[in-house]
Design a protein around this ligand. Sequence first.
Ligand code: MN
Length: 183
Amino acid sequence: MKLKEYRKKRDFKKTSEPKGKTGGKNIFVVQKHDASHLHYDFRLMIDGVLKSWAVPKGPSLNPKDKRLAIETEDHPADYSNFEGIIEEGYGKGTVMLWDKGSFKNFTEKDDKNLSLKDAYNHGYIAFELKGKKLKGRFAITRFKEDKWLLMKKKDSYSDARVNILKKDKSVKSGKSLKEIEKK
Ligand code: MN
């Protein structure tokens, strides 16, 4: 059971988060999560579940930025629509659907294309995002246990001058975090 840890951490009588479906297309999401520490949850659909990383500083369009991404438990496919308030328990706080879209795997090793699953197992995934905010090529690399680095690759979408985090409204509701908190 891939989602065992996800379900174990939550009491579904108390949280409005989805209990969980698996499967689906290559989607990615970024959820801005105002929990005990504000962070951005970056999720990529791999093998039917959303592989998940908490990125304290959020994604950057500057290829020189190495953003720490701490791997967290796999999330269900239908979490990609979740926005709202986690009233109590694990992850308590407000969640905004900050970005969403499709992605394409282009991980290579020794001149061969790697499947997403193999790329994940090798600890290096290169992908192209087609979100509303994040576009172009990125890569995420494991360097120690659950610690990875999320980086923008150089392409026509990379830009050292733009702070993409200033685009601070939900792609689902158009709301700010404060507006989501008010329900
Ligand atoms: Mn989170």
